[in-house]
Design a protein around this ligand. Structure first.
Ligand SMILES: O=C(O)c1cc(C(=O)O)c2c(n1)C(=O)C(=O)c1cc(C(=O)O)[nH]c1-2
Length: 244
C-alpha cells in the first residue's frame, strides 16, 4: 500500500521566492495531511476495532524498536544542536523516553503496554518479534539524524504535530473496542498527549525561524515527508507480518 505523499522532492529551488512563514507552515501541515500514518490501512483497521489480538501484539512488539531508538536519535540531534539553549530543550525528549530517578520513562511505559496486551517483558526486550523491515525503517530514521544537517533532523521530528489527534483517538478506541487490553497499560499514550505538543512547539518554531530560503524550506518539507515514509513503512511491514 502506497501512501499519498505527492510532495515534490526536488531540491533545486534556489531561485524561487521563499514561502511566507504561514505558507511554509501550511506546506509542512500538508505533508501530514497527505501521508501521516493515521491513514495507513493498519491504523484504519485498528480504529475500526477489527484487529486481532495477534495483530495488536505484533504492532506493540514491533513498535518497541521505534520507542527504543527515538532517544538514540535525539541524542544524535542533541550533539549537533548549535547552542546550549537548544540542548536544554532537546534533552527533555531523552528523559521522557529513558526516564530518570523520579520517572520510569516512556520505554518502560511501552513495555508495560506490551505486558497489558499479553507479551512478556523478556520477549519485548529481546526483540523476538521485530521484523526486518521495521528494523530497517527505524534504523533509517536514526541514520538520517546522524548524516543530515541538524535542522533536517529537527524537521523530521515534526510528524508529532499530527500525533496528538491520532493518539487521543487511539486511547478511546483501545479502551472501547479492545477491552481485553488492561487500560493501565495505556499510560504511555496519555503521557504523549502533553509531551508531543510541547516538543513540537519548540521544533516548529526552530524550523520556521531557521529555514529562510525556499531551498531550506523545501529541505524541511522533504525531511518531514521522509519521516512520514519511515512511519508508513513500519506499518507496511507489520501489516504483512500479521495479516490476521
Ligand atoms: O503513536 C504514534 O502514532 C506516534 C507517532 C510519532 C510520530 O509521529 O513520529 C511518535 C510517537 N508516537 C511517539 O510515541 C514518540 O515518542 C515519538 C517521537 C518521535 C520523534 O520523531 O522524535 N515521534 C514520535
Amino acid at each position: 500500500m502506497l501512501n499519498q505523499g505527492g510532495i515534490v522532492r526536488s531540491t533545486s529551488q534556489r531561485n524561487e521566492k521563499p514561502w511566507t512563514r504561514e505558507e511554509f507552515r501550511e506546506q509542512l501541515i500538508d505533508v501530514g495531511r497527505n501521508s501521516y500514518h493515521d491513514k495507513h490501512p493498519f491504523h484504519v483497521a485498528m480504529h475500526e476495532g477489527v484487529l486481532s489480538k495477534k495483530q495488536i501484539k505484533g504492532w506493540v512488539a514491533n513498535r518497541y524498536y521505534y520507542q527504543k531508538c527515538v532517544p538514540i536519535k535525539d541524542a544524535i540531534i542533541m550533539s549537533k544542536l548549535p547552542s546550549r539553549e537548544f540542548r536544554r530543550e532537546w534533552i527533555q525528549r531523552i528523559i521522557d523516553h529513558d526516564g530518570n530517578q523520579e520517572e520510569q520513562g516512556g520505554i518502560e511505559a511501552w513495555v508495560k503496554l506490551g505486558e497489558a496486551v499479553g507479551l512478556s517483558r523478556e520477549e519485548i526486550l529481546r526483540e523476538d518479534h521485530v521484523v526486518p523491515a521495521v528494523r530497517f525503517s527505524v534504523d533509517a530514521y536514526v541514520t538520517f539524524a546522524r548524516e543530515k544537517p541538524w535542522i533536517d533532523a529537527v524537521a523530521s521530528s515534526l510528524t508529532e504535530l499530527f500525533s496528538p489527534i491520532l493518539i487521543s483517538e487511539r486511547i478511546k478506541i483501545l479502551e472501547r473496542l479492545y477491552p481485553w487490553i488492561d487500560s493501565s497499560g495505556l499510560g504511555y499514550f496519555r503521557n504523549r498527549l502533553t509531551q508531543a505538543p510541547r516538543d513540537t512547539d519548540f521544533a516548529l518554531k526552530v524550523v520556521l525561524d531557521y529555514c529562510q530560503t525556499r531551498e531550506e524550506q523545501q529541505r524541511a518539507v522533504n525531511a518531514l515527508q521522509f519521516k512520514c515514509d519511515v512511519l508508513w513503512a513500519q506499518l507496511d511491514a507489520i501489516e504483512k507480518a500479521y495479516p490476521n
